[in-house]
Design a binder for this molecule. Sequence first.
Ligand code: KG4
Ligand code: ZN
Length: 357
Amino acid sequence: MATVLAIETSCDETAVAVVRDRTLLSNVVASQIDLHRQYGGVVPELASRQHLEAVNPCLATALAESGLGWAEIDAIAATCAPGLVGALLVGITAAKTLALLHGKPFLGVHHLEGHLYATYLSQPELEPPFLCLLVSGGHTSLIQVNACGYYTQRGSTRDDAAGEAFDKVARLLGLGYPGGPAIDRIAKTGNPHAYPLPEGRVSLPNNGGFHPYDSSFSGLKTAVLRLVQRLQAESDQLPIADLAASFQYTVAKALTKRAIACALDHHLPFIAVGGGVAANSELRSQLTTAAQTHSLGVYFPPLKFCTDNAAMIACAAAEHVRLGHYSPLNLGVQSRCNITQVMDLYPSELRRSAEYS
Ligand code: KG4
Ligand code: ZN
């Protein structure tokens, strides 16, 4: 058994959680959305300062709500990559300080590995191999999970990530930030077939057709822009709900098609979805129906574990702790880091090492 306290500060949520293996003991999230909303997006310097203010109260609350004392915590983890460097530094510095103070092992965690395992918190019986459709503000990836720490990237985005496309189209439609939940909400009253939109495909070189798993959303975003300009020229009243529903339907269709093809082609029995866009109701509905048709399993985390949180980071860390993977105390933060490089965070000399004993 591994009981882990984890800190997540990679973007605009200060979060601390305590998890025992795949069981949640406490989960605190201090959202900065109201702070950044007035700027229409995350301001990195403001995010770092806000993390500094929020991290200690979040730590105190998470530990108190877990009902545990430091003696019962086996390891302390923090997201170390990818993300905003200043923001990541706050979390990782707090985690290392606590590790030193309480004589506990420290782990840096890859943010996307957290999203990969968010489903474990509600479906603890799941085990690799499986396919993860990771759809967040910064990523649209299809990742084959071979074993904890060992991943094969099957598909990625060539331009805008799915969440980024939601945020940009929401801004275009005057729906504010963050865009995904706003589009999801208003799309419920719209017609998803009102405006057929291009799904976006990625060409292979030398007339080799299209990449089966890569996504591209910039063409779709431009198509919505042109459509909005045309409709604005025709009338003062934009059909916002129909536009939102048509856009959301197209994104969900593109993601569903690629995820199903990838799982079938690589004989992966189920798809776990992670990241903020996993909260999207249309994606949930289309992917669930398609998976049933192809006898594939599909699992979505509860909404609170789709967007950034520390429970998923603690859950990923607990998987590594059980395998005896730890990080050195001089581990740095990285703004970019491919998921296939996760094991670099746990150098072989520290695996099952006695550095902290
Ligand atoms: O995973 P996440 O919280 O942060 C990143 O690691 O990026 O994802 C945030 C993204 C934002 O772009 C937000 O608009 C999107 O997830 N999002 C949604 C929904 N809820 C959040 N997109 C579509 N539908 C939603 N219901
Ligand atoms: Zn995230």
